[in-house]
Design a protein around this ligand. Structure first.
Ligand SMILES: CC(C)(COP(=O)(O)OP(=O)(O)OC[C@H]1O[C@@H](n2cnc3c(N)ncnc32)[C@H](O)[C@@H]1OP(=O)(O)O)[C@@H](O)C(=O)NCCC(=O)NCCS
Length: 374
């Protein structure tokens, strides 16, 4: 029997989902039926998180309850906080996030309970505590005092508060919120598929999210937003951009923040994020990265017909907001926890062990020789 191999599961439909729909043919992305752009225009991140997890947009009353629960769960245990202070200062914050969620799994009283209700309670704890854990690491590694979360601040405002000790103006918070909405969910991408695969053995939500974070770290997935910033820093100024990108393409380099497995003629999330990148650049009175952005994008489209993905505008946007470059992918994590969790719950509800086959191409059958005969 000849095995037809689809490397990287290219083009393979492995399951059904009700969470989101990626439509490259019409350049659209919907969460539970709502266009991501429409959600960015009319909702704050908490409303979208509720939608992804519960299937419907919240009423005012439901949102208030959801926000209250999230704010209540923000506090970290003393053990976790002490552990975070002891994490190696030079470790990557994605590894810190992975370890923090794993520790939350050790501490959670309901870790083993995979019932829908227990899963929802655990999601709320992971969703509320992960940003707090990350912000604690953000400060601890700089030798700065850790800032406690504040219950009167929104999810995004609180993250700024815990990282920087202050909340920026409304436009910056909105741009951050928009980036979280755009990062929240994207169907069967690598990290989501990882989370579903872990779940398929009937493992628990902390384990599945820990694995998903490890998967997101890679530069071909979430790690691309950091790589974009490294590229922009290498380019340094707009005058260098044309020469730099042409040389990189001559060398056949992979340009981070460009290309996508599903979108081949443009990522539906880019126009919205590009707009907010522009707004942040204007507020910060720093147009340098926008100029580099436009030059590199034009050459990529003209020479390779390869379009930017959402990591291209988020990278410089987070930089302008003041975040360290290695914190860009962790920001992706605090948002994508919603999408991962919805998929984990969906997988538990209609589970089938994910176990593909492989075409064997190793040695032919052979006999084991005793140690003294080899
Ligand atoms: C995302 C990505 C892994 C998709 O990969 P894929 O669907 O497997 O597509 P391929 O890597 O096979 O790319 C197809 C062709 O386009 C080229 N290509 C794709 N993305 C490219 C990029 N960012 N820069 C330069 N060339 C690229 C490949 O080299 C390949 O060319 P070839 O046919 O001459 O070998 C890929 O585009 C990539 O590595 N992008 C950079 C990382 C990134 O931004 N990731 C975030 C994704 S949201």
């Amino acid at each position: 029997m000849s095995d037809e191999i689809k490397k990287g599961l290219l083009g393979i439909v492995v399951d059904e989902t009700e969470v989101s729909k990626v439509m490259p043919e019409i350049n659209s992305l919907t969460y539970r039926g709502y266009a991501a752009q429409d959600l960015c225009a009319k909702c704050k991140f908490e409303e979208v998180a509720y939608l992804i997890l519960n299937g419907e947009l919240p009423t005012k009353k439901q949102l208030k309850k959801f926000e209250k629960e999230e704010r209540k769960e923000r506090k970290l245990s003393k053990t976790l906080l002490d552990d975070i202070k002891k994490f190696p200062k030079k470790s990557h914050p994605m590894d810190a996030a992975r370890t923090a969620v794993s520790i939350m799994g050790l501490e959670d009283k309901e870790t083993k309970d995979n019932s829908p209700k227990a899963n929802m309670r655990k999601v709320m704890r992971i969703f509320a505590k992960t940003p707090v854990a990350l912000a604690a690491f953000y400060r601890a590694r700089k030798g700065k005092k850790i800032i406690s979360p504040k219950k009167n601040l929104s999810f995004s405002e609180n993250f700024f508060h815990m990282c920087f000790g202050k909340v920026p103006n409304k436009e910056i918070v909105k741009a951050f919120d928009v980036s979280l909405i755009l990062y929240a969910e994207h169907s069967f991408n690598v990290s989501t598929f990882t989370a579903r695969t872990i779940t398929s053995s009937l493992s628990d939500i902390h384990g599945a999210i820990t694995g998903a974070i490890a998967s997101l770290k890679g530069p071909l997935h979430g790690g691309a937003n950091e790589e974009v910033m490294h590229m922009m820093n290498k380019i340094k100024k707009p005058e260098n951009a044309l020469k730099w990108i042409n040389k990189a393409l001559d060398n056949k380099d992979v340009i981070m923040g460009f290309g996508h497995r599903v979108y081949k003629s443009g990522d539906s999330r880019v126009p919205t994020m590009r707009e907010y990148f522009g707004k942040v650049a204007k507020i910060k009175k720093d147009k340098k990265f926008e100029k580099i952005y436009d030059i590199v994008e034009k050459v990529m489209i003209d020479r390779k017909n390869i379009h930017p993905n959402v990591d291209y505008p988020t990278g410089p946007t987070y930089h302008l907001m003041g975040f360290d470059t290695d914190f860009f992918t962790p920001i992706f994590v605090i948002s994508r926890i919603t999408g991962w969790s919805a998929h984990i719950i969906e997988q538990h509800a209609a589970n089938k062990l994910i176990r593909p086959l492989a075409s064997y191409r190793g040695n032919k059958h052979r006999k084991v020789l005793q140690l003294n005969q080899r």
